[in-house]
Design a protein around this ligand. Sequence first.
Ligand code: ZN
Length: 67
Amino acid sequence: MTTQQRYPEPPIDLPIDAWLYEANPVPGCRQCAAAMRELRRAKKAGDATKRFEASRKVRAHPHRASE
Ligand SMILES: [Zn+2]
């Protein structure tokens, strides 16, 4: 009765959601670097939605494995 779930975004400290915020930036990739800056800023601001979006950016754009 006291704890109503009214989060507009997923809670940050649930381990099951951690992967949503994980990002594996590729060294030398500008898009990764930009997204990681966003990610860090969002983390500081406590903005879970932006964190998710930034980490998704890192995962979403293609990297060439052969280079
Ligand atoms: Zn990248």
